[in-house]
Ligand binder design. Structure first.
Ligand code: FES
Length: 218
């Protein structure tokens, strides 16, 4: 039987319930950023980073709605931005989001051996999250550190020169770390935009950090 011509039409989605999770500091950061632009919508990208930090490292519909409300935009405008850039998390990640570069240089240097070792070690496939919520495993495009392949980003840290033999050491180190790395990454990015504005305890890049990335440098 022929499919109805209306079968592809999506039902209107309900408006997300409104939440107000931005702290006073987060509101101050957003206002400071917005003050640098002639239009408030220019603060949409940093606004989403602030939301990703305030909403535990990801952007549920309520977070998108809060950014829209604070910047005077529609939900669909902000949702369009949040769904375009892959660095925004639209679903909750593990406490550590392992993003292994499998682009050309890292692939040649054995990135997939590292990925398979991580899958075995964690008991999840790429895209999965461990049952205890500690780790989410993903593949990433070039992390711009090709000279130190294989490279893995975890929040605001880069682990370099990974091999199947040394990834367990990294996993153990992360297990013992108290950080919630998706939120820490968002905090670091906001602080780059508003130097010194945040007192949330997250990390922040410094020239020294970038010269000395975390993890094995073998
Ligand atoms: S190819 Fe992996 S960091 Fe560039």
């Amino acid at each position: 039987m022929a499919e109805s011509v209306t079968s592809n039409i999506r039902e209107p989605q309900p408006t997300p319930a409104k939440e107000s999770r931005f702290s006073e500091l987060a509101i101050a950061e957003l206002e400071e950023i917005a003050s640098h632009y002639p239009e408030r919508k220019a603060a949409c990208l940093p606004g989403l980073w602030i939301a990703q930090r305030e909403y535990d490292g990801y952007l549920p519909p309520a977070a998108i709605q809060e950014v829209a409300d604070r910047l005077g935009l529609s939900y669909s405008e902000v949702e369009g931005v949040a769904t375009f850039y892959t660095m925004y998390n639209l679903r909750k990640r593990g406490r550590h989001h392992l993003e292994v570069c499998t682009c050309l240089t890292c692939a040649v240097k054995g990135a997939y051996d590292v990925v398979h070792k991580l899958e075995k070690e964690l008991g999840v496939h790429v895209g999965g999250t461990t049952a205890d919520g500690e780790f989410t495993l993903s593949e990433a495009e070039c992390l711009d550190f090709c000279g130190a392949a294989t490279v893995m980003q975890v929040g605001d840290k880069y682990f370099t020169q990974l091999t199947p033999d040394n990834v367990k050491q990294v996993i153990d180190e992360l297990r013992n770390s108290p950080d919630y790395t998706p939120a820490k990454l968002a905090d670091s990015i906001v602080k780059v935009l508003v130097p010194g504005a945040s007192a949330t305890g997250g990390g922040s890049y410094s020239a020294e950090d970038l010269k000395n990335p975390a993890g094995p440098m073998l």
